[in-house]
Design a protein around this ligand. Sequence first.
Ligand code: GUN
Length: 296
Amino acid sequence: MSAQILDGKAFAATIRSRVAAHVDRLKDAHGLTPGLAVVVVGEDPASQVYVRSKGRQTVDCGMESFTHRLAADTPQGTLLALVKSLNDAPEVHGILVQLPLPEHIDTSLVLDAISPDKDVDGFHVSNVGRLAAGQDAMVPCTPLGCLMMLREHHGSLAGLDAVVLGRSNIVGKPMAQLLLGESCTVTIAHSRTKNLPDVVGRADILVAAVGRPRMIPGAWIKPGATVIDVGINRVPDGDRDRLVGDVDFDSAEKVAGAITPVPGGVGPMTIACLLANTLTACCRANGLRPPEGLTA
Ligand code: GUN
C-alpha cells in the first residue's frame, strides 16, 4: 500500500484564493487593503528569492506589498528605527523581518521591537506566550501551514498521538503548542531523545523538523500514520543538488497513511500562511473577525 500524497502546492493555492476573496470583501465592504512590509538586510541569495516571492504573492492576493532592502552593514539602530516607523504606519498591517540577520544585529531585540499585533511571523515573545496560553495569537507560518494540512486531512485531531521531531522556536515548539490546542497527546523529540525509533513509532501524526536529510526511515513509522515533513535539505545528486526532506520518502510512503512530499508539501504553505496572517492582522486591527479556516 502506498500513502496518500498531501499536495501542499495545490492546498496553498486554495488558501491564497480564499485570502484573495476575503481581501476583495474587505475592500468592498470596509475600504480596507491589507498591507505587508518585508524588511531584508544584506544580500543572502536565498533570502532575496523568498522576499521576491513574498512580494509577488502579496500583490497577487490584492494586498499592498512594501519591501525594504537594507545594506548588510546597516546599523542596528537604523533597522530598529525602520521597524518603529512600520509599527506606526496605518497602511502596514503585517511586518516581517527576513532571517537570518547579519551577525552584528541582535535578532531577538529586532523581533521583539515589532508590534505584536503586526508580527505576522509570530516570533514576538508576546505571541509565543499567547499561543502557549491558548489565546488569540499570531502563529508562525510554517507550523500554521502544517496544522491546516492536518485539519484538512483528518478533520478532528483530538486524542491522536502526535510526535514533533525538533524543538526550534520557529517550528518545533509552536507546532507542539498547536497540536496540544487540537487535543493531541504531544511528544517533542530532539537530538538527545532516547530510543527515537520507539518514540517515532508511537506517532499517529509525525511532524519532522530537524534539518537532517532523510534521517527518518520508513521502518520507524507506524503503519497508517500521517507524516508531515518540514525538512528542506539540499543534497548532491549527480552534478546538481536536489531537495530532500527529513524523512526518507521512498521507504516512508510504503508505510504511512499520508505524507507530504519535498518539494511541494509544507514549503508552499508557508507563504500562503503569511498572507493569511496578514489578512488576520488587518481584520483584528480594524475590530473585524478574521475569516474561518485561515487562523489557528
Ligand atoms: N527565513 C527563513 N524562513 C523565515 C521565516 O519564516 N520568517 C522570517 N522572518 N525569516 C525566514
